[in-house]
Design a protein around this ligand. Structure first.
Ligand code: SF4
Length: 338
């Protein structure tokens, strides 16, 4: 039996075609499953009984089993899902007035070892399959019954270190016969793996690069990957990144108390990004008992933002969601460290 959430539309067409079915049957199934959230072949009424029986013998819906659900006072929900081989991956649902965003994980653990991140402390265990990535969304969708309008690849793992499966998941998320999420509603957040960034189809998603320092010395300390992809390589990529007229690249900057949150850091960052059409997302660091860093003072966060605004940048402060349930940025995966 084939796991449904692992298959792109093309792969499903090939699979069904190999048993003598017409191509449009795959589209029908995509519409039922992703469009109407129907997971029982017997309820797919425009498909004959014989075919439903055949599909039931060929395909299964590989939902993840729910290990835990934690609700934050701000409305976000952290889900712990168990994989078939017994690992737990986390996803965070963030309902807002005009959108509902799901933050998905792409790996169990991570190789990048960013100093401020709990997942980085776990080390790397394994990549998630495309089906396990898609299934995070489908399992949440089935549990809460709400439409998920946006997906961010900002959970456990470095998405571009699992490129093949992430690209496949994006193809499934964006399929017009399926969830039909537009490019502007899918964001990949990366520590800056420039070679992989160059291979992402430019119109498939929004790119956010996690910068966190404006000089190589500090970035080497916070993000060891900077020794392989230093700032000049990232900026070179960003300068040439022009998927269309409206799109801008996003830089994320986690503000850590007394580490990278000074006015000097802000001025350096403004100089560094000079001439690049971009948006800067400032993320006040979320403390964790496993990491010896502090959150920045609120006044310093605003002062940092003010400098960037004065220099003409679009700079926003991201309100951290789910801090009380360890679901905020950089906090996922703490159960592996207990
Ligand atoms: S911040 Fe992202 S890339 Fe860095 S260690 Fe954490 S999960 Fe990995």
């Amino acid at each position: 039996m084939e796991p449904f959430f692992d298959l792109t539309l093309k792969e499903l067409e090939l699979l069904l075609g190999a048993c003598g079915n017409e191509r449009y049957r795959a589209k029908q199934l995509f519409k039922w499953v992703y469009g109407k959230s129907v997971f029982d072949f017997d309820l797919m009424t425009d498909i004959s009984k014989g075919l439903r029986k055949l599909f039931k013998s060929m395909l299964y819906f590989n939902f993840l089993s729910v290990e835990s659900t934690k609700r934050s006072c701000d409305g976000s929900v952290k889900f712990g899902f168990k994989t078939e081989d017994g690992y737990v991956v986390e996803s965070v649902l963030m309902p807002e007035k005009d959108r509902t965003t799901l933050c998905v994980s792409t790996q169990i653990g991570c190789k990048m070892g960013c100093k401020f991140c709990v997942t980085g402390k776990i080390g790397f265990i394994r990549d998630l399959t495309a089906g396990e990535i898609v299934s995070q969304l489908m399992t949440v969708k089935r549990l809460v019954g709400t439409k998920i309008t946006n997906v961010v690849f900002m959970g456990m793992g470095e998405p571009l270190d699992n490129l093949k499966n992430v690209i496949k998941a994006i193809e499934i998320f964006g399929d017009p016969f399926g969830l039909n999420l537009s490019k502007r509603r899918i964001t990949i957040s990366t520590s800056g793996l420039v070679d992989a960034l160059r291979t992402i189809p430019q119109k498939s998603c929004v790119i956010a690069i996690s910068l966190n320092a404006a000089d190589d010395e500090k970035r080497n300390y916070l993000m060891p990957i900077n020794r392989i992809y230093p700032l000049h390589a990232i900026l070179d990529f960003a300068r040439n990144y022009k998927p269309d007229k409206r799109s801008r690249i996003t830089f994320e900057y986690v503000l850590i108390g007394d580490i990278n949150d000074s006015q000097e850091d802000a001025l350096k960052l403004a100089d560094l990004l000079s001439g690049i059409r971009c948006k800067i997302n400032l993320i006040p660091y979320n403390e964790s008992p496993y990491i010896p860093f502090r959150s920045p003072e609120e006044a310093k966060v605003f002062a940092f933002q003010k400098i960037l605004l004065r220099k003409g940048y679009t700079a926003t402060i991201r309100k951290s969601k789910g801090q009380d349930i360890s679901a905020a940025c950089g906090q996922l995966g703490s159960h592996y460290l207990r």
